[in-house]
Each structure stands twice: as structure tokens, then as C-alpha cells.
Design a protein around this ligand. Structure first.
Ligand code: P6P
Length: 288
């Protein structure tokens, strides 16, 4: 059983999910500001971030709050450095909203000051705003899927495991333009596209949820123009890597588990390859 603070963070994110889902409908317009990663913010990004900060910070045991949408860390200011650091991507895939495609919310719970490496995670979860609102949460090496109704989470699947064999349902999705991929990545994709079906939506959470269900691999690989790639270590790579590794899969930055990547700053980017162990192993061998 995970600790009370982790469970309370999951409860608060679940309780906030209906309002975030509603804000995806009402607040589609673009803000004048960009987020720290230089991406245009939509009003839903900003509103969801405010809701989550307001509700996560008061939790006993939470000492810091960091968000993909904020430059700076928010601390409770008592100078203590123990307690958990909660890192959120309030609306992952917000650019998908204008085309009415899936989006999600991601939360990572780190035992230590932020930025922290993924091996400091004690829990992580994502909410998927699809036909149903669901949450997949990992802690203590176990993954559970919930449906969220009226802000309450009800278990639908316990001990979720990623299929070891992708079989005929396996899927793959690689972000970025083919022309931007290193040659080894393109060669690897040409190999696996003979085995897996292409599924790529533009929202990591929608794509990862399919990989977790069917097996296969999701990646946002290094790009010729951006070797550090696009996705953020603290808010996307670590929490999703933690969840899929807890489900028996693997994550990699191309060389090692994403959870081992040393944290340098709050908005550090990392190449992301996450999925069935066989495919992540083969990807690493192809990049070697
Ligand atoms: P692209 C959404 O903006 C995101 O951070 C991830 O959810 C998603 O996987 C990726 O970026 C999509 O990037 O370049 O395909 O639009």
C-alpha cells in the first residue's frame, strides 16, 4: 500500500479531473504567454495549472510544486527540504484540443527537492480525457487503472501489465518528422513497421495508453535539429517511464532508463522511448 500523501495526491488529481476536462471545452483560446518550453499556452493550460497548484500544495507532506507551465518552482517556503516534490503537466497535448483529439494530465511525485531524478519517484499517474475519463496510477511497483466519475476514482483494472509480446495488436508511434530522425531511428522504424501498427495522435497520454494496453513502443526520439528532443524529463519522461516500468516494460533515453537521467533543470528535455521491453531493448541496440 502506498503512503498516505501519494494516495492523497492521486485523489486530488482525480477530483480535479472533471474541472480540467470541462476547461478543455471552455478555454480553448490561446494565451498571450508562452510556457517555459517556448510553446504557446492555451487558457486551459493556465487554468488547469492554477487548479492543481491550489489543491496539491496544501496536502500534508507536499513541499514543492512544479509545472510544465511555470518558470519557477513553488515551495511552501518553510525552508524545510524534506517532503515530496509534485511535478505536473496540467494539460498534456493541449495543442490537440482545437482538433478535438485526446489530451491528458500527468503527475509525478518525487521524494526530494526538484528537479529530481526519476529514481526518486514514489508515485506517478496520468489522466486520459477520452470517451471516458480514466486514470492510470503507479506506486510501490504496481499499476492500477481507474475510471473517474464525479471526481472519484473507481478501480477498473488492478496490477496492470504491459504485454510482453506485442502480438498482432501491437502499436508504435514516433514523434517528429522522419527527415529529422537520426538514420538509425529511421532504420529501426522501417523494421518495426513490418511488425506493429502505426498509432500516433500528438498527445503522449493517448499514445502511451494504447502501448500499455496492446504492447509496442512510443517514442519522441532525438532530432537532427534538437538532439535533446522535445518531451520534458520531469513532467513527461520520468512519470510515464516510471508507470510503464512498474507495468513490466522499459523506458530509455536511448542509452539507459529515463529514470536514471541526471536532472539539471526544471524544464530539461529528454529523448523518450517507452514500451514493451523487447522493443526498447531493440531500439537501444539499434542506436548503439
Ligand atoms: P508533436 C504534446 O504537445 C506533447 O508534449 C506530447 O503529449 C506529444 O506526444 C508531443 O508533444 C507531440 O508533439 O511534435 O507531434 O506535435
Amino acid at each position: 500500500m502506498s503512503d498516505a500523501t501519494t494516495e492523497e495526491v492521486f485523489d486530488v488529481v482525480a477530483a480535479t479531473a472533471p474541472e480540467i476536462r470541462a476547461t478543455l471545452v471552455d478555454r480553448v483560446g490561446f494565451e498571450s504567454e508562452e510556457n517555459p518550453s517556448g510553446e504557446k499556452q492555451i487558457a486551459a493550460d493556465v487554468h488547469a495549472d492554477r487548479l492543481l497548484e491550489e489543491r496539491l500544495r496544501p496536502i500534508d507532506g507536499v513541499n514543492e510544486y512544479a509545472s510544465e507551465e511555470r518558470d519557477e518552482l513553488v515551495t511552501d517556503g518553510d525552508g524545510e527540504d524534506e517532503g515530496y516534490g509534485v511535478a505536473v503537466d496540467p494539460v498534456d497535448g493541449s495543442s490537440n484540443i482545437e482538433t478535438n483529439n485526446a489530451a491528458g494530465t500527468i503527475v509525478g511525485i518525487y521524494d526530494g527537492a526538484l528537479p529530481a531524478s526519476g529514481d526518486k519517484l514514489v508515485g506517478a499517474a496520468y489522466v486520459l480525457y477520452g470517451p471516458r475519463t480514466t486514470m492510470v496510477a503507479a506506486t510501490e511497483g504496481s499499476v492500477t487503472e481507474y475510471v473517474i466519475e464525479d471526481g472519484d476514482r473507481a478501480v477498473v483494472r488492478e496490477d496492470v501489465r504491459i504485454p510482453d509480446e506485442a502480438g498482432d495488436k501491437g502499436v508504435f508511434g514516433f514523434g517528429g518528422r522522419v527527415s529529422e530522425w537520426p538514420a538509425e531511428v529511421e532504420a529501426f522504424v522501417r523494421e518495426i513497421e513490418q511488425e506493429l501498427k502505426l498509432r500516433y495522435s500528438g498527445a503522449m497520454i493517448g499514445d502511451i495508453n494504447q502501448v500499455l494496453s496492446y504492447g509496442g513502443i512510443f517514442a519522441y526520439p532525438p532530432l537532427r535539429s534538437a538532439p535533446e528532443s522535445k518531451l520534458r524529463l520531469l513532467y513527461e519522461g520520468n512519470p510515464i517511464g516510471y508507470i510503464v516500468e512498474a507495468a513490466g516494460g522499459r523506458s530509455s533515453d536511448g542509452d539507459r532508463s529515463i529514470l536514471e537521467v541526471p536532472p539539471e533543470d526544471l524544464h530539461q528535455r529528454v529523448p523518450v522511448h517507452i514500451g514493451t521491453t523487447e522493443y526498447v531493448d531493440r531500439l537501444e541496440a539499434a542506436l548503439d
